[in-house]
Design a protein around this ligand. Structure first.
Ligand code: FES
Length: 84
C-alpha cells in the first residue's frame, strides 16, 4: 500500500500561525500512523498567498488535499478518510 504523503508547511506564515502545533502534530502523526504515512516538511507552497488565505494558515497537505487552519484533529480526519 502506498504511503499517504503528509506535507507539513514550514513556511513563515504557517510557522507564525501555528509553529508549535505543527511540530507537535508531526510527532503525534508519526506515532499514530507509523509507516502508513510519510511526513514531508515543505517550504511555503504559496497557498497562503492566495487572496484571503493568510488567516487560514497553517496549511497541511494530505496527498493532494489541502487542510487549512490545520490542527491534529482535522489532519487525522483526512488521513482516516483516505485509509478507508
Ligand atoms: S507559509 Fe505555509 S503555505 Fe505559505
Amino acid at each position: 500500500m502506498e504511503k499517504i504523503k503528509v506535507k507539513i508547511c514550514q513556511g513563515t506564515t504557517c510557522f507564525v500561525m501555528g509553529g508549535d502545533t505543527i511540530k507537535a502534530m508531526a510527532d503525534a502523526l508519526a506515532e499514530k500512523y507509523g509507516d502508513k504515512i510519510e511526513i514531508v516538511p515543505v517550504r511555503c507552497l504559496e497557498t497562503c498567498h492566495e487572496s484571503d488565505s493568510f488567516s487560514k494558515a497553517p496549511y497541511v497537505f494530505v496527498d493532494e488535499e489541502v487542510v487549512s487552519a490545520a490542527d491534529l484533529e482535522k489532519v487525522i480526519n483526512v488521513i482516516e478518510s483516505k485509509l478507508k
